[in-house]
Write a protein that binds this ligand. Structure first.
Ligand SMILES: Cc1ncc(C[n+]2csc(CCOP(=O)(O)OP(=O)(O)O)c2C)c(N)n1
Length: 572
């Protein structure tokens, strides 16, 4: 039976069919739904790790224990997990390990658009790139076999379009579980230099064998058509090429590390002109050129952003007069905003008033950078806010440097930089915006919520106790809906000659719905616009007066506290 599945659902399905028993990862768009889907299978132990490095390390342990392990993350997550990855290539696996790297060309929801194909080459591990859901399911299953046959971890690299688009997948594949059991083997798994040197040489011979495998792998295939132009492509770009040039010859590469050199060379030799169509960097093109083969690519196809049939047609326009961009109107932009009633809003309002240096981090609260709140000075990567604050404080000598970080992000990578502040005698204030969830990626649980991915009750990480144990003595907890309290506690803490942590705690409204009655604006409104400075999407401006949309207002009362005219009252 074939059913319509997203790429993420298909990957989960493929992993289930492959007999995966342990699956772990850290949320991150566009990868998140893979583990959420897998968690519905009773027979799969699916869990959120505190970060991607821990996820991969658990995956490695599971593999050594004999299980097939799936580890999922978004592209930048692989930066966090890179340390174990590079050495895992040396040790190899026991049960198969497949790592999903979900890349985000176009940065729909990411801070950069790094091309993770280079990770496969740099870490020396095989990589596969599906072009649709059916292939994603097939490749995950296949990747486990390759992982075990070649004793190596495998990366399956997807991109947002593949993760989130739906296509038909055969779901009648039977689940086969194969567990190999644990066997002590220090020479293989303890990477002291003496052992690592041997494994390093072995890895090179595995790559030679994998390159040979790549030549005959069914996913690397030629689809012959006109020999005037031959396209070399992979992933979602393959779909675009087929849509635009159904009659052209195409070499579809599905195993993109190691590449099948002979297959590519023979293909190029049989077409008049070979063009590489690939998203982001000239990963394929550079390698093919390095072999001394004649191809073009990036001279026509942009290396920035997501591709589309239109962009490719435009780029190759001079070559194919018949293909014109469709010229469809762009959809109107809908910039993201903090939700009405978001507990982060009041904190940013106060931070702006106080004119502090605010080092920011990644999560819903990053939207505090946008007007009218405009109260964030930096945002680099998860966990960076705290180290950034320490550095700015050291360089400027200013005490009024505040790091702002979400609860999930603090647990992910905020703990070690806080240790640095304490250890190296910093005095910055760290604000943890504890909304009791990982809101940005769709409200996933984390150690601080006390509930697992499977919905089981677990021990809740106590942030106050944790930061005290690190050595922070000034630890305050306050309600972010109370603007006076927010202002007072921040002012007091930045004055101190010691590190301090403020936890503003209030659940995200998408997790705990509000039952409070909405508010409305009455005739006392004098049009001062102070309530508009909150940037609440429930408040708008009509006929020189503020207006609150009752269906959007959550009754948080933050705007009520700002109105000097008592013009914001319960909706009647
Ligand atoms: C290394 C890395 N992994 C995952 C992500 C995806 N991501 C962005 S923010 C975030 C966590 C947000 O949760 P939290 O810090 O609690 O803030 P909230 O969105 O709830 O305000 C995640 C998982 C990322 N950007 N980088």
């Amino acid at each position: 039976m074939k059913v319509l599945l997203s790429g993420n659902e298909a990957i989960a399905h493929g992993a289930h069919a492959a007999g995966v028993t342990i699956a772990t990862g850290y949320p991150g768009t566009p990868s998140t739904e893979i583990l959420e889907t897998l968690s519905r299978y009773e027979e799969v132990d699916a869990s959120w790790a505190p970060n991607e490095k821990v996820a991969l390390e658990v995956g490695i342990g599971a593999s050594l224990g004999g299980a097939r392990a799936l580890v999922t993350m978004k592209h930048v997550g692989l930066n966090v997990a890179a340390d174990p990855l590079f050495t895992l290539a040396y040790t190899g696996v026991n049960g198969g390990i497949v790592i999903i790297s979900a890349d985000d060309p176009g940065m729909h929801s990411s801070q950069n658009e790094q091309d993770n194909r280079y990770y496969a080459k740099a870490a020396k591990v095989p990589m596969f790139e599906p072009s649709d859901s059916e292939e994603a399911a097939f490749l995950v299953d296949e990747a486990f076999k390759i992982s075990e046959n070649f004793d190596i971890p495998v990366i399956v690299r997807t991109t947002t379009r593949v993760n989130h688009s739906k296509s038909l997948v055969d779901v009648d594949i039977e689940r086969v579980v194969k567990e190999t059991g644990y066997e002590k083997n220090a020479k293989k798994y303890v990477m002291i230099p003496a052992n690592a040197k041997e494994r390093r040489r072995l890895l090179e011979s595995k790559l030679d064998a994998l390159a040979e495998f790549s030549e005959g792998f069914s996913g690397n295939r030629v689809e012959w058509g006109s020999r005037h132009i031959g396209f070399i492509t992979s992933g979602i770009s393959y779909q675009y090429v087929k849509e635009l040039y159904p009659d052209a010859s195409v070499l579809k590469l599905t195993m993109t590390y190691p590449l099948p050199r002979r297959l590519i060379s023979e293909f190029i030799g049989q077409v008049d002109e070979a063009i590489v169509v690939e998203e982001l960097d000239p990963y394929l093109e550079d390698q093919i050129k390095a072999w001394g083969l004649q191809v073009t690519g990036k001279q026509y196809i942009p290396n920035i952003g997501e591709l589309s049939p239109d962009i490719i047609a435009l780029g190759l326009g001079s070559k194919d007069e018949e293909v014109e961009p469709s010229g469809e109107d762009e959809l109107p932009a809908r910039p993201p905003v903090l939700c009405a009633g978001c507990p982060h809003r009041g904190v940013f309002y106060v931070l702006r008033r106080l004119k502090l240096i605010v080092t920011g981090d990644i999560g819903c609260y990053t939207l505090g950078v946008l007007p009218p709140l405009e109260s964030m000075d930096t945002c680099i990567c998860m966990g960076a806010s705290i180290g950034n604050a320490m550095g700015i404080q050291k360089a400027t000598g200013r005490k009024d440097v505040v790091a702002v970080i979400g609860d999930s992000t603090f647990i992910h990578s905020g703990i070690t930089p806080l240790i640095d502040i304490v250890y190296n005698q910093g005095v910055s204030t760290v604000i943890i915006l504890d909304n009791r969830t990982t809101a940005m990626t769709g409200q996933q649980d984390h150690p601080g919520t006390g509930t697992t991915l499977k919905g089981a009750e677990s021990r809740e990480l106590n942030l106050e106790k944790l930061v005290r144990a690190i050595g922070v003595e000034s630890v305050r907890v306050a309600d972010p809906y109370n603007l006076k309290a927010v202002k007072q506690v921040i002012k007091e803490e930045i004055e101190k000659e010691e590190p301090s942590v403020i936890i503003f705690r209030r659940a995200c409204l998408l997790v705990e719905k509000s039952n409070a009655a909405p508010f409305a604006v009455n005739e006392k409104c004098n049009g001062c616009k102070v309530c508009l400075k909150l940037g609440c999407p429930a408040i708008s401006w009509e006929d020189n007066k503020a207006v609150i949309e009752p269906s959007q207002c959550t009754g948080c009362e933050v705007c009520v506290q700002l109105c000097k005219k008592d013009a914001i009252v319960k909706y009647q």
